[in-house]
Structure formats: structure tokens, C-alpha cells
Design a protein around this ligand. Structure first.
Ligand SMILES: [Zn+2]
Length: 262
């Protein structure tokens, strides 16, 4: 048995021990026998194919819990090679099982890479003409003036000169009249004004990632897949390799590894 096949079997045994009901299921169908050397394991009588990953694929490997860049064992985080702000808008056949693009990094390596990732995101801002904050924000300077005036009046009116109090009061009062808040008590008006948001997402708001992925999905090939989106995933994988130069990442993890789950 070669090494990768051994890995595949080890993995299956571990799973089967965990799910012993499943072991019973296999044995009752004569698909497995009690394992010769593991008391609690069974031996499959057929060759498991997994999810179509070949024996030399990264996905069938045993992996250790350490940083793929520096091998540190502490302070590990799961790093999304394709940032979540993009991945979340991708079709299920890509994002539902993107474990290939989830890699362990320690906090130091992760933080070190994030600066590089931000540079790439800023290039994408230009290429796809969409700010990182998204577009469709609505700004209301009148809300802002009313909120600030109300907040000042609520905070410490005794510290404000009388002439300024009158100005602030006029600002809040005329705003409240404009909003038709004529029946409200002054304290309620102040409190409502102090909670106003002067910047908010309008009805046509679109997030950066949503806009980028939307453009990447405009071209489909004859198999109904998205070549531009595939290139985008590979671009992030290559970027990750180029900038982090991960010394402890399996050589089976490649830029061209599977993108789709089926
Ligand atoms: Zn590290």
C-alpha cells in the first residue's frame, strides 16, 4: 500500500470509529470486516473513492494542526485564501466545500499577509470600479447637524454659552418641524435626533464583494461554469503563495487544484 493510500485508509478508520453505527451498517452489508489490528476499527472490503479526489490529491492527506507558513502550533486561525467578502457571494458549487482554500495560519503570519491582501483588494477596487465600502450609501448632512446639536444639548448644556444653546436649539427645532415631529416632547425630540444615522445603505446599495463576483459571473462557458471566477480563485491562491511563501504547506496544494465541489 503506498503512502497516500495509507493516509486515505487511516482517515476512513478514524471516521468509522467515530461513527460506529456506520461501522455496523458497513458490516451488516458485508462491505467491511472487523479490522485485524485495530480492536475498534473495521476493514473496508471495497476501495473507498471519497469525493472523487485522486490518491495524490491534497484533500485526502492527513494534516497537522500547525501554521502552513512557519509551523507554529499556537495562536492558529483559519485563513480564507479567497477572502470571505468575495467567497460569500459565490455559487454553492464553489463555496459549499471550499476547505481546500481554508488554511491554518498563526496570528503573526496571518497579520503579515493581510497587508498584502489589502493591496490586491485595492487593485480590484479599480479594476471592477467598486469601493471596498460598497456603493449606494446615502449621506444626510442635515441628519448629521441635527444629531450633533441634540447630542451637545443632551451631554452638558450647562457648559455651553447661552448664545450657542440657542443656535443648537434652533437647529434641532427646525429639523423636528421638517420631520413633522410637532406632537413630541422636547426631550423625546432630543433623544430621537441624537440617534439619527447620517450615513446609511440606500435601496440600491451593493457590497464590494457582491459587485466583483457579479461581474465575474457574467461570462459562462458551455458547461455552465464561470471561467472568470475560476481565474479569480486561482489569482488569490497564487497571491497567497507569492507573498507568504508557505514552507509547511503540502506540495499537493496547488493553484490549479479543484475549485468546484462537483
Ligand atoms: Zn506562522
Amino acid at each position: 500500500m503506498n503512502q497516500s493510500r495509507q493516509h486515505q485508509y487511516n482517515y476512513l478508520f478514524a471516521l468509522i470509529i467515530l461513527f460506529s453505527k456506520k461501522a455496523q451498517w458497513y458490516m451488516s452489508r458485508k462491505l467491511a470486516n472487523p479490522h485485524s489490528s485495530h480492536a475498534k476499527a473495521i476493514q473496508l472490503t471495497f476501495e473507498a473513492k471519497g469525493q472523487g479526489h485522486s490518491a495524490d490529491d491534497y484533500m485526502v492527506e492527513d494534516r497537522v494542526n500547525s501554521c502552513v507558513s512557519c509551523d507554529a502550533r499556537d495562536g492558529l486561525t483559519v485563513h480564507h485564501v479567497v477572502p470571505d467578502m468575495y467567497r460569500r457571494w459565490m455559487p454553492l458549487v464553489i463555496k459549499s466545500k471550499s476547505s481546500r482554500d481554508l488554511l491554518l495560519l498563526c496570528k503573526i503570519c496571518h497579520d503579515g499577509y493581510e497587508g498584502h491582501a489589502l493591496k490586491l483588494k485595492k487593485q480590484l477596487v479599480k479594476k471592477y470600479d467598486i469601493a471596498l465600502e460598497g456603493k449606494g450609501w446615502i449621506q444626510r448632512p442635515d441628519y448629521r447637524a441635527a444629531r450633533k446639536a441634540a447630542a451637545a444639548l443632551l451631554r452638558a448644556p450647562e457648559k455651553i454659552p447661552q448664545s450657542r444653546i440657542e443656535e443648537l436649539t434652533t437647529t434641532v427645532d427646525s429639523f423636528a418641524k421638517g420631520e413633522g415631529w410637532t406632537d413630541l416632547k422636547w426631550t423625546d425630540i432630543l433623544s430621537k435626533c441624537s440617534e439619527l444615522k447620517d450615513t446609511f445603505q440606500g435601496p440600491d446599495f451593493v457590497e464590494h464583494g457582491e459587485c466583483v463576483v457579479g461581474q465575474l459571473m457574467q461570462n459562462t462557458n458551455d458547461r455552465g461554469r464561470w471561467p472568470d471566477l475560476e481565474e479569480f480563485v486561482k489569482q488569490w491562491r497564487q497571491h497567497f503563495l507569492d507573498h507568504l511563501k508557505p514552507k509547511f504547506l503540502s506540495s499537493r496544494w496547488t493553484v490549479d487544484g479543484d475549485i468546484y465541489t462537483a
